[in-house]
Design a protein. Structure first.
Ligand SMILES: [Mn+2]
Length: 340
């Protein structure tokens, strides 16, 4: 909790500063296949550490950025990142995790390497005593909100480029402030609106798309079924796992759907994304689904995801997964109505 009554952030910021300084190098790590909130938060943290005089800062993540908007974000804003496979994490004085938590299935951090600081907004139960600095605000819509407040509290100027990144992080993670947005998210969103470059954001939001994107929509539409208010689609094998969240979100907008679940095969695993409209148990359902099949999963109240290892025939596994989904969403016995 805040240690200083003047600002809810000053105590946390002092704790973070103590955990990361002094340092001659720092590695900022996001979750694998990062989304705009991860990318923006890492970018903001790198600016903060640089403002504090850390000379060498590297942003890295496992996997790659697949979604066209997110590739455009990195390109248009000139954000420097390195694939985790190419960094030697032991070479850094400090390791900071943002928008993710150590030990989760969606993060590449070899066991034995300890994070110095973790800033996240996913539900987590940090151990006691804490082995690292920890600022977890699981009710927050975006990690970028926490980072925006850190920058402001530290007196670090937010450039138009950084403001564009942070705004995009909050906008996408809260789906335009309609999902899990707290007053703090809304406040930062407003503040960043006046600092950002709107034409850059327009370029990010309307990127050129490759053929794969349209093939993926085709596959999603072809496979989509509704059982009551629960939609489901399977994308087959995908080239980038972030297209699963993208399709879950897109098909969730189909009228009458409370739930949308999307699965796909990537890297010898079944990845899934879950979206809900009003129900707040998306993260819990994702955990249930992942745990039932020996995978890992979780997330927020209305947007969640996970991975399941494939240890059987894929079709058999998908049948089992679909039947488990029908059960946990209470639509077993309701006939599947195909979209097309
Ligand atoms: Mn996030």
């Amino acid at each position: 909790m805040p240690e200083n009554s003047e600002s809810p952030y000053s105590g946390r910021l002092a704790g973070f500063r103590e955990a990361v300084l002094p340092a001659s190098s720092a590695l900022i790590l996001t979750h694998d296949y990062p989304d705009p909130d991860s990318i923006a938060s890492a970018f903001g943290l790198s600016e903060l550490l640089s403002f504090w005089g850390v000379p060498a800062i590297t942003i890295a993540f496992g996997g790659f950025v697949g979604r066209a908007e997110n590739r455009a974000m990195i390109r248009c804003l000139g954000i420097q990142t390195i694939p985790f496979a190419l960094v030697e994490p032991g070479d850094f004085d400090r390791i900071v995790l943002v928008d993710c938590y150590p030990g989760r299935g969606n993060i590449t951090l070899p066991p034995g390497l300890k994070a110095d600081a973790v800033i996240d907004h996913h539900p987590a139960s940090p151990p006691n005593p804490l082995p690292f600095f920890c600022d977890i605000r699981s009710n927050y819509g975006a990690a970028a909100t926490i980072i925006t407040n850190y920058l402001t509290e530290a007196g670090c100027q937010i450039s138009a480029t950084l403001a564009t990144a942070l705004f995009n992080g909050i906008k996408t993670d809260t789906s335009g402030l309609q999902r899990n947005a707290t007053p703090d998210d809304i406040e930062c969103y407003k503040r960043l609106f006046y600092l950002m470059d709107h034409s850059l954001l327009a370029q990010i939001e309307s990127p050129g798309r490759d053929m794969e994107f349209f093939r993926t929509i085709h596959k999603a539409a072809e496979s989509a079924v509704c059982r009551g208010n629960v939609g489901y689609c399977h994308l087959g094998t995908v080239a980038a796992p972030d297209s699963i969240a993208e399709m879950a979100e897109f098909f969730h907008s189909l009228e009458k759907l409370e739930w949308m679940v999307c699965t796909a095969v990537f890297n010898s695993q079944i990845y899934f994304s879950i979206r809900s409209e009003n129900d707040n148990s998306a993260g819990i359902r994702a955990e249930q689904l992942a745990e039932r099949f020996g995978g890992s999963g979780g997330g927020h109240t209305k947007a969640a995801a996970g991975r399941i290892p494939i240890d059987d025939n894929i079709d058999t596994m998908l049948e089992k997964i679909v039947s488990f989904i029908e059960n946990i969403f209470g639509v077993a016995g309701i006939a599947a109505e195909p979209l097309l």
